[in-house]
Design a protein around this ligand. Structure first.
Ligand code: DGJ
Length: 585
C-alpha cells in the first residue's frame, strides 16, 4: 500500500497536502504545521481515495529514510523498504572536484555499490559567514542519481579526526571568537574547543543549512539516505581540554541526566563502563573525579560527554530541517594514546548515547585486525551495527551482515579500488541480488556467517533443524576419492540462511559442508540447486546430484559415524548461491 500511496504522492495537488515542502523549510516550529496537515488533511485526502487511516499513518512515518526495528534487527528503510548498504567511502578530497569524480561514478556502480559515502566540507559549503554554496552537493546528487547510487554525506565540520582542518578560513582566523583546545602547557592546538557555544552555534547553523538544502533538492527522491556528523571526533594526543571553561566543567558535578541514567540502568550498562564506575565506588553524584576516580580514563569519559553534547547540538539542528538518520564514526584503538580521547570508543557507548540522543548510530571504523570483536562491541546497548570505514574484505562484509545484522559496510578509499573484478565487488553483486532475503532473515534471526582461514579451518552452524559442518573447500573435483590435503584457498566465507526448518540458502566462496540432524539423526540431500537471485526471486540453475553432492565416498566410515557423506561445495573466487533442502533418516 505504501508504494501505491507513493505513486499518488506524485500527483502534485495531493503531494502538497502530504509533503508540504514549503512548510518544513526553515524552523523547527514549522513541523507543527506539517504535523497538523499530516494529522488532519492527509487522512481526509486518503479517505477520499479510499485508503484506510492505518495506511495514512504508514505513509507519514515511512516517507523519509529512517531506522526501524524489524524483529531482531534495526534496519535502514529507504522508500518504504529495508535497505542493505553496499557502500564505499571516497578518499577525503575526492568530492571536492566534480571533474576528479567524473570517471569514478560509473565505476563505482559497476562494482556493485548501491551507496557512496562522500565528504561535504564546511569550508567549501560556507566560504563566508552565512553565504552558502551547495554546487558540489548538487553535483554529487546529480551524478549519484545518474548512476543509480545513493549517497551518505560525511559532514566534515568542526572536526575531522580531531583536527579542525575543514573549518572555513573565517573560523580558523578568528581564534578569539572561535577558540581552540588548550593543552596542559597552555598551548592551543588546531582543534576547535568543545566548550564554546560560538563554535557549536556556527557549526550547527551550517549543518542546518546543508540539511535544509538537501531536503529542498532531495526530499522526494531520497538519493541521500543518511548523514555522518563530523568525522572521528576526539582530541588526538591529549586526554582533556585545559581551557578555563573545561576545567570548571571538570570540577563541576557529573550532569544529572547521565548520573540518573547510570543509576537506573546499572544492570544494562556496557560491562567495561560499569566495571570502571564500580571500581571507583559506584557513586551516584559528585564531580567527575569523585564519581569515576582520578584516572586517565575519567578524562576520556568527561571529554566523551562534552563531545557528545556538542555533536548532538549540530545533529539536532540538522534534523530540525530534515530528519535523516545520523551517525558518528569512531577511531578505534586498544590503549589510551592509540585513539582520540572523547571519541565514542566501546567503553563510552552509554555516555555517547545519553549525551547525543540525536545520533542514531555509533559506528566503528574497523581497520584493526580483530574485526569480529569490534563488531560485537558495537552491537550492544541497542546500537545497530553499521561500518562506515574498513578494508575491502568480502569475508568481513558477509560476517557483519549475517552475525550482527549489520545495515551494511563501506570500505575506505573506494574510488581507488572501484573495479568490478575485485572480490568485494563480486561479493556485493551477490549480496545485492539476495538483499531482500538477507534483510528478512536478519529480522527473523535466521542467518549466520561462516569465516574460515588457515588458523580457523572448520566451523559448525546450527540453524533450522540441522547442524552444518563447514570446512575449507578442496580444489579437486569430483570428490570420488576423498582428497588428502588438497589445496585450500586462504579465505573462505559464507552466509547461511534458514528459509524453513529443512530448507537453506547458502551464499559463499571456497568452502564445503556436510550436515547432520535433527538431533542425533543422519541427514541427506533432498534437493540441491545452484542459482541466482533476480530482483530478489530465486532462479534455479543446475540441479546438483551424484558426484556433486557426494563429499565423502568412504562408505565404512560413513556407517560408523552415522553420516550420509552428502553435502555441498562452493568453489573459491566469486561467491555463489545454492538452495538446499535436507531430510533426516
Ligand atoms: C580514518 C578517517 O576517518 C578517514 O577520513 C581517512 O582519513 C582514513 N582514516 C584513512 O585511513
Amino acid at each position: 500500500m505504501g508504494a501505491i500511496l507513493r505513486v499518488r504522492a506524485r500527483i502534485p495537488a495531493l503531494r502538497s497536502l502530504m509533503f508540504p515542502r514549503t512548510l518544513v523549510r526553515n524552523r523547527a516550529w514549522r513541523y507543527r504545521v506539517v504535523d497538523m496537515k499530516l494529522r488532519y488533511v492527509l487522512p481526509c485526502a486518503v479517505a477520499m481515495l479510499g485508503f484506510s487511516m492505518a495506511d495514512a499513518q504508514s505513509v507519514s512515518t515511512s516517507f523519509l529514510p529512517h531506522l526501524e526495528k524489524r524483529g531482531k534487527a534495526t534496519q535502514l528503510i529507504v522508500d518504504g523498504r529495508p535497505f542493505l548498504i553496499l557502500a564505499g567511502e571516497l578518499t577525503n578530497s575526492a568530492s571536492s572536484s566534480m571533474e576528479y569524480m567524473e570517471p569514478y561514478w560509473p565505476k563505482l556502480a559497476a562494482a556493485n555499490m548501491n551507496t557512496v559515502l562522500a565528504a561535504v566540507t564546511w569550508e567549501l559549503v560556507e566560504p563566508e559567514p552565512g553565504r552558502f554554496d551547495f554546487a558540489l552537493v548538487d553535483g554529487a546528487i546529480r551524478e549519484a542519481r545518474r548512476n543509480h547510487l545513493h549517497l551518505i554525506f560525511l559532514w566534515f565540520g568542526s572536526w575531522k579526526n580531531g583536527e579542525s582542518t575543514y573549518t572555513p578560513l573565517w573560523v580558523k582566523k578568528n581564534r578569539k571568537q572561535y577558540p581552540l583546545f588548550l593543552t596542559e602547557s597552555g598551548q592551543s592546538i588546531t582543534y576547535l574547543s568543545v566548550f564554546k557555544e560560538a563554535n557549536w552555534n556556527a557549526d550547527a547553523k551550517a549543518f542546518a543549512a546543508l540539511l535544509r538544502h538537501i531536503r529542498e533538492v532531495d526530499g522526494e527522491a531520497h538519493t541521500v539516505i543518511m548523514m555522518q556528523v563530523e568525522n572521528e571526533v576526539g582530541c588526538p594526543g591529549a586526554t582533556r581540554d585545559q581551557a578555563p571553561e573545561a576545567k570548571a566543567a571538570f570540577n563541576a558535578s557529573v550532569p544529572k541526566q547521565l548520573m540518573d541514567y547510570m543509576a537506573k540502568n546499572k544492570e544494562n550498562l556496557v560491562s567495561e563502563f560499569r566495571q570502571y564506575w564500580e571500581a571507583a565506588g559506584g557513586k551516584t553524584s559528585g564531580t567527575w573525579g569523585e564519581v569515576f576516580g582520578n584516572q586517565p580514563m575519567t578524562n576520556e569519559i568527561f571529554m566523551a560527554w562534552h563531545y557528545a553534547r556538542y555533536v548532538d547540538k549540530v545533529a539536532q539542528a540538522g534534523k530540525a530541517e530534515y530528519p535523516l538518520p545520523m551517525f558518528v564514526n569512531v577511531d578505534l584503538g586498544q590503549a589510551i594514546g592509540e585513539y582520540s580521547s572523547g571519541g565514542a570508543l566501546p567503553i563510552q557507548l552509554n555516555v555517547w548515547q545519553q549525551g547525543a540522543p540525536g545520533i542514531d548510530i555509533i559506528a566503528p571504523d574497523i581497520y584493526l585486525p580483530n574485526f569480529a570483536e569490534w563488531c560485537a562491541r558495537y552491537d550492544r546497548s541497542g546500537n545497530p551495527l553499521w561500518i562506515p570505514e574498513t578494508r575491502g574484505d568480502a569475508a568481513n562484509a558477509f560476517y557483519a551482515i549475517a552475525n550482527h545484522a549489520a545495515m551494511g559496510i563501506s570500505p575506505f578509499g573506494i574510488e581507488r579500488q572501484a573495479d568490478a573484478a575485485t572480490p568485494l565487488a563480486q561479493a556485493y553483486g551477490l549480496l545485492a541480488q539476495a538483499a531482500p532475503l538477507i534483510l528478512e532473515a536478519q529480522a527473523k534471526g535466521a542467518i549466520k556467517a561462516v569465516t574460515l582461514n588457515a588458523q580457523h579451518t572448520e566451523e559448525t552452524v546450527q540453524l533450522g533443524n540441522y547442524t552444518l559442518a563447514f570446512s575449507m573447500a578442496r580444489t579437486r573435483q569430483p570428490a570420488s576419492a576423498p582428497p588428502a590435503g588438497g589445496n585450500a584457498q586462504t579465505s573462505s566465507y559464507a552466509i547461511v540462511i534458514s528459509t524453513g526448518p529443512d530448507d537453506y540458502v547458502i551464499l559463499g566462496s571456497g568452502l564445503q559442508a556436510t550436515f547432520n540432524g535433527p538431533g542425533p539423526s543422519a541427514a541427506a540431500v533432498a534437493t540441491l540447486e545452484e542459482g541466482t537471485y533476480v530482483e530478489g526471486r530465486w532462479v534455479p540453475g543446475r540441479r546438483l546430484n551424484g558426484d556433486d553432492i557426494m563429499l565423502n565416498y568412504d562408505a565404512p566410515n560413513k556407517a560408523i559415524r552415522n553420516e550420509s557423506g552428502q553435502g555441498f561445495r562452493l568453489a573459491g573466487g566469486a561467491p555463489k548461491a545454492i538452495h538446499l533442502q535436507v531430510y533426516g533418516y
